[in-house]
Design a protein around this ligand. Structure first.
Ligand code: SAH
Ligand code: SF4
Length: 391
């Protein structure tokens, strides 16, 4: 693992400045015209922020000096302060621990993928939507922290802009020779539940999607949810084609309830009905995530039950199997043989599936793990190793 010192320019200013990263184009335009600026300034400023990826207002050379001074006084594009930045040994996973203006900590991860049978090389940012999370899934480090607060749209966008700036400064050379100098994909799979923070998450999606912004296609974005039915139905009505991922993690309600308390409020049947609706309205496939927990949900009969459960959706769905990333909770990933057996049983049952490659194990890449580690470290005044699961 490589720890990188944080440059002073990444330190966010304090104070009640307008966060321009949280403004869709029309809001940015209004903000500028209210300050007596001509209409064309909005496109110019957005160009500096998202196309040139300028780190500050001082470097926006085509803006009049007076406007640059006013922006420096009244606005910000700095984003949260970087507390720690870690890179996995293979350099393909980079993780940030960010400190928000109120001192709360969140995590963001960049994952670099070489070209494969599944598509071109890509740079995917995994963003957080909340500090902490209210849903308390037992295998999730973030869930064990409890809910702190929603992130603003600007705090969500800033996570992506950080890595966009980094890739521009130092593009990734993929093994096939391709240079990746932009963020190509987004997954809303960091800390927090995106549909619990619906308005700010969707606002961030629009900002990141806008042509005058980073222009990341909605089809290249995936929102992952614990299964909040009203949020899924609302998302189905949006004129956006984002991918939906459902954290299912069990083939029946009784079992799911043991690891995911949200099941009491939204049983699996209601979640699957909402997914049918989502697929019908958007024409998008739904992905089901299934965290494999050794001795808990990984037996062949669980795979058979899961295949039967998803059979009515089989044309519209794909299952992503994720061997659990060990957190402080007493869970372990299954053996390779158990994972293969689970896959094969699902496939025999007619359900397309894949196993998600583990990422950045040496940098505590699972959601909430780095923050947990830092918290343990600060108790002892030193960096502590990632917490191990109880025996
Ligand atoms: N709250 C949303 C999105 C954030 S979690 C959700 O639950 O879908 C993103 C994904 O990481 C979810 O599928 C979640 O179940 C999974 N996850 C959480 N803890 C994990 C762990 N320890 N190992 C592997 N995956 C984990
Ligand atoms: Fe929250 Fe998702 Fe973690 Fe569950 S898995 S506690 S919903 S972040």
């Amino acid at each position: 693992m490589i720890e990188t010192p944080v440059p002073a320019s990444d330190i966010a200013p304090a104070g009640p400045r307008a966060d321009l990263l949280g403004m869709p184009f029309d809001e940015l335009a209004t903000w500028l015209t209210e300050r007596g600026q001509p209409a064309f300034r909005a496109r110019q400023l957005a160009g500096w922020i998202y196309s040139s990826l300028a780190p500050d207002f001082a470097s926006m050379r085509t803006l009049p000096q007076g406007l640059r001074d006013e922006l420096a006084r009244a606005a910000s594009i700095a984003g949260p302060r970087v507390r720690t930045e870690l890179a996995a040994r293979d350099g393909r996973t980079r993780k940030l621990l960010l400190e928000l203006a109120d001192g709360r900590l969140i995590e963001t991860v960049l994952m670099l993928y070489p070209a494969s049978a599944e598509g071109r090389a890509r740079a995917t940012v995994c963003v957080s939507t909340q500090a902490g999370c209210a849903y308390g899934c037992t295998f999730c480090a973030t869930g064990q922290m409890g809910f702190e607060r929603h992130l603003t749209a600007g705090e969500i966008v800033a996570q992506v802009v950080h890595f966009a700036r980094e890739l521009r400064r130092a593009p990734w050379q993929a093994p096939d020779g391709k240079r990746i100098d932009r963020v190509t994909n987004l997954v809303f799979m960091g800390m927090g539940e995106p549909l619990h923070n619906y308005d700010n998450t969707l606002k961030a999606v629009r900002i990141l999607n806008m042509p005058a912004g980073l222009n990341i296609g909605a089809r290249h974005m995936t929102i992952s949810t614990v299964g909040l039915v009203p949020g899924i139905l609302r998302l189905a009505e949006e004129p956006l084609q984002v991918n939906l991922a459902i954290s299912l993690h069990a083939p029946n309600n009784a079992m799911r309830l043991r690891t995911m308390p949200v099941t009491r409020k939204y049983p699996i049947e209601a979640v699957l009905d909402a997914c049918q609706e989502y697929a019908a309205r958007t024409n998008r496939q739904v992905t089901f995530e299934y965290v494999l927990l050794a001795g808990v949900n990984d037996a062949p009969e669980h795979a058979r039950e899961l295949a039967a459960l998803l059979a009515p959706l089989h044309q519209l769905c794909h299952v992503n199997l994720i061997p659990v990333n060990a957190t402080a909770a007493a869970y372990r990933p299954p053996s390779g043989d158990a994972i293969r057996a689970f896959r094969d049983t699902l496939r025999t049952g007619g359900i397309s599936n894949s196993v998600r490659a583990e990422r950045g194990d040496d940098i505590a890449a699972a959601c909430g793990q780095l923050r947990t580690r830092e918290a343990h470290g600060s108790e002892t005044g030193a960096a502590a190793p990632a917490p191990n699961p109880a025996p």
